[in-house]
Structure formats: C-alpha cells, structure tokens
Design a protein around this ligand. Structure first.
Ligand code: NAI
Length: 209
C-alpha cells in the first residue's frame, strides 16, 4: 500500500481528504464526486483524482467515490488502521496539553508513558498516566514496544533525548522542540512548529495591508 514514488505534497494532502470524508460519514453522506470533494477541500477535482490515482483511484466514472470505502482506504494508506504505542517527553505546558487531548488516542496514538527530568513534574498524573523520571525512559521503551516518541522538551536537551529514544528502538519522532534533530535513516522525524505557521499568517496579513 505504501508507494515510495508518491510525493510528500500528495501525502500531506491525504489527512485533509481523510478528515472531510470522516465528516461526510458522520453526516451520513454515502457518495461524493471529486467535484463536490473539491468544493470542500479547496483542491481542484483533477488534483484530487490525480492524488488518489497514485494509490489505485477508488472512484467510478459517473458515480464518484463511495465515502466509507474511500475513508477506509485512505485510513489504511495513512496507517490509521493500527494502534501506535507512544511516549511523551517533557511534561510542561505543551506536553500537558498534548497528553490531555483525547483526539490523539481516539485516532490510535496511545500515550503509554510520560517522562520529565524535573522533580516538580515527576509523579504528576495526566489522563491516568503518571509522569516518570527520564532515567526510566530506555527500559520503558524496550519493555513496552514503544514506536513513537513525542518531544516536548526545550531545545536544549532535545537532541540528547532523541539519541536516547533512537538507541532504545524508537522509529518515529513527533518533534515540537525548535530544533533540527539528527537521526539515522531508519528513523522518521515529523516536526510541528506552530511559530512557522504563525509567521506565514503574519506574512499573508502583511501582504493584504
Ligand atoms: P515548559 O517549560 O512548560 O516545559 C518543558 C518541560 O520539559 C519541563 O517540565 C521540563 O522539566 C522538561 N524538560 C526539560 N529538559 C528535559 C529533558 N532533557 N528531558 C525531559 N524533560 C525535560 O515549556 P513548554 O512551553 O511546554 O514548551 C516545551 C517545548 O515546546 C519548548 O521547546 C518550546 O519551544 C516548544 N514549543 C513548541 C511549539 C510548537 O509549535 N512546536 C509550541 C509551543 C512550545
């Protein structure tokens, strides 16, 4: 199902299709044309058809797409048909907000452990998970088959934390620290930097003034 020739631009559009299809399903809509999907997503109908053709198409001429089937297929393509075992490091303001958000576990991303190095944070409970000392990190990853590490520490120490996660067998890192983390080829880092999005907004506002 994973197609190595598909561009990142296409892959980054898939979650948006998935989100709209889920909303359509919630509203009991069973079928949709690429034209209607285009109105919802703001991508052109031909872009949508091209994107989906990378994975086999899924539509039928004159019928459009079966919403449930397409959502299922996209879920499989995105790997949302499985559960991911993750841990979070850095139980400060951001870490707590992420750990407390139910939506991630509802999508299959379970946070099984939370770690911090500060005695102020260790012992605190976030959605039934007790914050542990980072000294316990390596053993916890190995004992619990953890795949994803969510980094919510300050920039300082984020590479050190990454190295420890990688050495302990983690293959996916969701990084919120403002740092370009170095990892081996078998490890994937996905960065989330709200600032970059905010600065883009600032640029666009500036352009409209
Ligand atoms: P905070 O100061 O409230 O929390 C940081 C936590 O990390 C503290 O509990 C601290 O004890 C812990 N910590 C520090 N070094 C550690 C280490 N080596 N190992 C384990 N725990 C460690 O900070 P806040 O506001 O939660 O921000 C955390 C990080 O997220 C910062 O790097 C900040 O720049 C970043 N951030 C990123 C955003 C984004 O869009 N990517 C948005 C907001 C914050």
């Amino acid at each position: 199902m994973k197609n190595k020739n598909v561009s990142m631009a296409v892959i980054r559009r898939l979650p948006k299709y998935y989100r709209y299809l889920s909303e359509l399903l919630d509203n009991d809509i069973k079928r949709i044309s690429s034209k209607e999907l285009s109105k919802l997503t703001d991508f052109t109908a031909s872009q949508i058809r091209q994107d989906l053709n990378n994975f086999g198409g899924f539509g039928q001429q004159g019928y459009g797409y079966n919403v449930e089937d397409l959502q299922n297929e996209l879920g499989k393509i995105l790997g949302l048909d499985k559960k991911y075992r993750s841990i979070l490091i850095g139980a400060g303001n951001l870490g707590q907000a992420i750990a407390n958000y139910r939506g991630f576990s509802d999508s299959g991303f379970e946070i099984l452990g939370i770690f911090d190095k500060s005695p102020k944070a260790i012992g605190m409970e976030l959605r039934d998970v007790k914050v542990k000392d980072t000294k316990e990190l390596a053993d916890f990853i190995k004992e619990n088959d953890i795949e994803i590490g969510i980094i919510c520490t300050p920039k300082e120490g984020s590479q050190e934390t990454t190295d420890l996660l990688v050495e302990s067998g983690i293959t996916g890192i969701w990084n919120f620290a403002p740092a370009d983390l170095k990892v081996p080829d078998n490890v994937t880092v996905e960065n989330v930097h709200l600032n970059e999005s905010l600065f883009t907004l600032s640029y666009l506002l500036k352009g409209s003034n």
